[in-house]
Design a protein around this ligand. Structure first.
Ligand code: SF4
Length: 278
């Protein structure tokens, strides 16, 4: 199979996973023929199947498939900006004094600052490289995360891995974490005091990472990072800021598993986040 066809197949698979609209790739019927097109079809230029070999359909700034609207590359308007004070290195607060992600993880592992420590098997501080350009923030560990001590594993985590691959960011190059580091019972929403107790860990992780973009997945992550009670729907499609770092808000992968109709808007959101990464 040619490189173009392989890319076309991957592109269609990504569209399917992310809920994109139906795409029809027109292929020339004979060698040397010009690919035909019809309304609603997509014929990316450059190969027999319409995709340029070696060029990802998800390259930042490009428009995969049918998204050819004139304003397709325009960023959404500016949204909220939240700039909480940073920790004081001269304070006695051990979180503020942590100089590495590993040091924060050690503090999280033995933390008893809120009631969520009582039911946990493992705390889940987050994982990823210290030079990650993208930080993904979810709500809190679920059952599998609690069992393994790793964030975003299980079905929702597998979907996140596919989403990241679709924007040409392997999971291994992304820092992935949650607002609260211990599993809430029965996966209930973290309560206000639990978030308040745990969020200094997240804020200090972001301070150390200094990512180019933060992807807030789900209402809890978005509301915590932006210090707002606005709904996820109201916060989408804007470029917010957390301490000056762009924040894009989208649905949590677990919500996508429950409602596939949200895959397409999520696809739109993650492409915006990707375009903000150098
Ligand atoms: Fe500590 Fe956060 Fe776990 Fe609460 S959820 S015990 S604050 S690590």
């Amino acid at each position: 199979m040619s490189d173009g066809r392989t890319l076309a197949r991957e592109f269609l698979e990504q569209q399917r996973l992310l809920g994109g609209n139906t795409v029809i790739l027109s292929v020339g019927s004979a060698a040397g023929s010009t690919p035909s097109s019809r309304p609603g079809s997509v014929t990316p230029p450059g190969s027999s199947a319409g995709l340029t070999p070696g060029a990802s359909p998800l390259t930042p700034g490009s428009s995969p498939g049918r998204t050819r609207a004139p304003a397709a590359n325009a960023l959404p308007p500016a949204g909220l900006s939240y700039d909480p004070p940073s920790g004081d290195l001269f304070s006695t607060d051990p979180i503020a004094q942590a100089v590495s992600l590993a040091a924060i993880a050690q503090l999280v592992a033995t933390c008893t600052k809120c009631r969520l420590c009582e039911g946990r098997r493992h705390a889940v501080p987050g994982e990823g490289p210290a030079d990650a350009r993208l930080v993904v923030v979810g709500e809190g560990p679920g059952r599998v995360e609690d069992e393994t001590g790793r964030p975003f594993v299980g079905p929702a985590g597998e979907l996140l891995t596919k989403i990241l691959a679709a924007i040409d960011l392997p999971r291994e190059r992304v820092f992935i974490c949650n607002v609260v580091k211990c599993r809430p019972p029965e996966n209930r929403l973290p309560q206000f005091d639990e978030v308040a107790a745990c969020v200094p860990y997240l804020f200090h992780q972001i301070e150390l990472l200094k990512p180019q973009v933060i992807l807030a997945m789900g209402g809890t992550a978005a509301q915590t990072l932006l210090n707002t009670k606005q709904s996820l729907g109201a916060l989408r499609n804007q470029v917010h800021r957390f301490r000056g770092i762009p924040v894009i808000v989208t649905y949590h992968p677990a919500a996508l598993l429950r409602n596939p109709n949200w895959k397409k808007p999520t696809w739109d959101d993650v492409r915006i986040a990707r375009r903000l990464i150098a």
